[in-house]
Design a protein around this ligand. Sequence first.
Ligand SMILES: [Zn+2]
Length: 75
Amino acid sequence: MAQTDEELQDRVCRACNATYQYPVLKSTATRFYCENCMDLPAGVRATFEQFNKRIKALTATVQKLEQRTTPASGK
Ligand SMILES: [Zn+2]
């Protein structure tokens, strides 16, 4: 379907994990980074991205452990 406006998407920033909308007029946000992170120097943003990857991996690990230690039924 042809739309004149680009369709807004909810995106998750690769660096800070924030949810933001893209594309927003006059926003410096890109497909991968939110506006706040685009204000950061590239090196800082890259470091944030590494941290975010680790946090995501650790979160997944914690969730797995929680599922293992929490009984599936009852309390
Ligand atoms: Zn961000």
